[in-house]
Unconditional design. Structure first.
Length: 462
């Protein structure tokens, strides 16, 4: 019977005896009993789940057509273990197993190589590679790893190495290169290797950047693979910068990557601020990038944010407008807004309203957007800033908002316009409102319009 120890809770530890379960063993010869040896069993943790890894060698008489495989059994707390996956090694011999950065590393002594498996990643392919795995004598603190749901019910999944077998990077000690994959190696989980003969203890490390360089797969699949690693951020940022710099990466590919990064709701993997600082800012200042391509990339990122119902940072609208202003192509912004490529939002509407001097139609684009957002007060404020007082009053009246208008704000806008006729009509509008609401046309001290009363009298009552 296996045992399962729970983390201490409420001041006590809980140890549970698990039900027995059958382990697949290789067939043996006549009158021989199948045995499960200690060196065939490893207990590993992947993506927050506990697994039992059983190395299954070919049985007697099967060596010519069968290879070694590793069966993974998930240990679901106090329930019986269940076989969920098989790692096909493709060779036979003596093996040892480590678990590094949510990746299973299988060492093969005869060929002096190691194989990498990722049970949360299903894309195939790879080339010969080196320096992806390395040994270090220093221990580093653990980092938070993104939480991924691993489906372990039902079907048993078969996995093959994500890359061709590779060797661990050479390790030099006291100016002498150490022998690797020695028969005196003793392996402990998750990534400890001890060589008793040489008197060395190593920790196995995975180079995420070099891993990404050697993977042969689609870029979205590569991003999924990288997201399972601890230190994925810098490698993902450099990958994105490289893809955008080529200007040949289809927008659909970039869109798939953005969707992957934005699809995790409970734990934001890469924030909009990080994307801005690490990807977009460094690239937008590069003159060799076509402005149209820059706009298309950012528009695709905004599309992904909208798809996943994430609030879009004001920066992304602002940078699109800046790019189009530099190349005198604000008509493209008109198209992006008109065809709803850029979604309606108050920040974008305010940006459009501020562009009326550079591109006159932008003001009406902003007004129309505020109408779709049902932002009546925003429209009135925008018309007042443009000193279109009459239009602001008419709009407020059409929505029965005239009783709530601030007389001081309207009279100030009318006075600032320098149009005496406009000031007169505005003043008379509010005195008529006073008459209707208070039965008296005069303003009260609470209205705060004494200066405009004096101005009205000096202009029209002298």
């Amino acid at each position: 019977h296996p045992f399962y120890a729970k983390t201490p809770q409420h001041g006590s530890s809980n140890i549970h005896r698990l039900p027995k379960f059958q382990v697949e063993l290789a067939p043996t010869g006549p009158n021989q009993r199948s045995q499960l040896l200690e060196r065939q069993v490893s207990i590993i943790t992947l993506h927050g789940k506990l697994f039992l890894a059983i190395t299954k060698n070919p049985g007697i008489g099967q060596e010519s057509y069968k290879t070694t495989e590793i069966n993974l059994y998930v240990l679901p707390g106090d329930q019986a273990a269940t076989k969920v996956a098989t790692l096909q090694l493709g060779i036979t011999g003596r093996f040892a197993l480590n678990c590094v950065d949510n990746m299973i590393v299988v060492h093969h002594q005869n060929s002096k190589t190691s194989m990498l498996f990722d049970i949360c990643w299903n894309s195939a392919g790879g080339t010969e590679s080196s320096n992806i795995l390395s040994l270090t004598t220093a221990r580093t603190p653990a980092h938070k790893i993104p939480n991924f749901n691993l489906k372990t019910e039902g079907v048993i999944t078969v996995f093959r190495p994500i890359l061709q077998p590779m060797s661990i990077s050479p390790f030099v000690w006291n100016e002498k290169q150490c022998e690797l994959y020695s028969s005196t190696w003793v392996v402990f989980q998750p990534g400890i290797i001890i060589d008793a003969k040489q008197g060395l203890l190593w920790e196995l490390k995975l180079s995420v950047s070099k891993l990404s360089m050697h993977m042969v797969c689609s870029k979205p699949s590569l991003i999924k693979l990288l997201l399972h690693r601890r230190n994925y951020r810098n490698t993902i940022f450099s990958t994105l910068r490289s893809l955008i710099l080529t200007q040949s990466t289809p927008l659909s590919v970039l869109g798939d990557i953005f969707d992957i990064l934005n699809s995790v709701i409970d734990d934001v993997l890469i924030t909009q601020e990080e994307m801005r600082e690490e990807v977009f800012c460094p690239l937008l200042n590069k003159e060799e990038l076509d402005p149209s391509y820059k706009v298309s990339v950012i528009t695709e990122y905004i599309r992904s944010l909208r798809l996943h119902k994430l609030r879009i940072s004001y920066y992304y609208y602002e940078i699109i407008i800046q790019i189009l202003l530099r190349c005198n192509a604000l008509f493209k912004l008109h198209q992006l807004v008109q065809f709803q490529v850029l979604g309606d939002s108050a920040p974008l509407a305010c940006l459009l309203l501020s562009l009326d001097k550079s591109y006159e139609p932008a003001f009406m684009l902003g007004i129309d957007m505020l109408k779709r957002l049902n932002d009546t007060s925003g429209i009135i404020e925008a018309l007042l800033r443009k000193r279109d007082v009459t239009a602001a009053i008419k709009y407020a009246t059409s929505y029965d908002k005239e009783d709530a208008l601030d007389a001081h704000k309207f009279l100030q806008a009318a006075a600032d316009s320098g149009d005496n006729a406009l000031f007169y009509s505005t003043y008379r509008f509010f005195t008529a409102r006073n008459e209707r609401l208070r039965k008296n046309p005069d303003f009260t001290p609470e209205d705060g319009v004494e200066e405009f009363v004096v101005l009205y009298q000096s202009l029209f009552c002298a």
